[in-house]
Design a protein around this ligand. Sequence first.
Ligand SMILES: C[S@@+](CC[C@H](N)C(=O)[O-])C[C@H]1O[C@@H](n2cnc3c(N)ncnc32)[C@H](O)[C@@H]1O
Length: 328
Amino acid sequence: MDDSNKFGKLHQQFLCCYPINKMAWSTLQLPLGLEEQRALIAATCGHPLNRRYPVRRSYQEAFVKRLLQVLKDHEELHDDIFESMCGQLAKASLQEEAASEPAASNYAYKHYVLQPGEHITLRESNSFVSEGTTGLCTWEAALALADYLLQHAELVRDKHVLELGAGAGLLGILLKQRSLQLHVGRVLLTDGSAACVQLLRHNIALNFADVNDVAGTPQCAALRWNEVAQFEWAQHAVPQLLLAADVVYDESQFEWLLQALDYIFELAGNGCRMLLASTVRNVDTLHKFMVKLEEHHYLVTPCANVSACASHFCRDHTAAVQIVCITR
Ligand SMILES: C[S@@+](CC[C@H](N)C(=O)[O-])C[C@H]1O[C@@H](n2cnc3c(N)ncnc32)[C@H](O)[C@@H]1O
């Protein structure tokens, strides 16, 4: 059996930097023999994806520390395993030091495993807020919406999709994964932050290096909600499905976001629908936005309870994510 399959959950969780203390340590059938210890390393810090596009060094350190603890508590730790783990960390440090741009060390990679052998790799910031935006890393709401879309593939089939506040680009990159055969129309990822648009371009190139046709890859562009009328709409397909994840948190942006929605719904002759995913941090803030949607004559329908869905993406589930469908 492939090492990644054997340690499937830990492999998937390690590659997307799932919180160490919530990892599926209990799936390890201890004690592990030398070969099993080797296989576990090969499925996590020694995995080719991590060697080529390493996850955050501090995360790798925390993982190794915890793994050493788990192994030591239950059996003798083999010397060459210890050395191998230290070797991985030393390599991660060197890679970080060798990063050419000064800002590069603020970034690392995450790999979202979809099924054995299929994954999305994203470059993401190590900080929740950097370069004046919150969009340089993937948020819970995007992971929840990604799961929801995979479970309701009929919502995206043959639809031209536009995402607002796309951040690092997970959703659009997911929709265009050939192996998933979702048959989505054009996908346009937009964000108001120049740093996000640069990151979107980078992440699209990373995941579609071997795809040449425009229809087979997501596109990206700068779109600030207060400048929606100046956007070059003629160059893009009229959206039939709007997506947005974790964009309802700053009340000062509500009017601009609504202005953008009004403009886009009108452009689409009200023939589009929007799926909005929001992490429920502050109930009042979300409620205020829902009231404003109604004032702008939108119909808001709650979608199925996402926490109850089987999840393809490793989500922390501590914060609830609300997904609503918006029509007019
Ligand atoms: C919390 S992040 C969410 C990113 C991504 N959707 C996710 O869930 O991982 C919010 C995103 O909205 C974008 N944003 C915020 N205000 C905006 C505005 N006025 N115009 C366009 N984008 C905006 C930010 O740049 C950022 O990428």
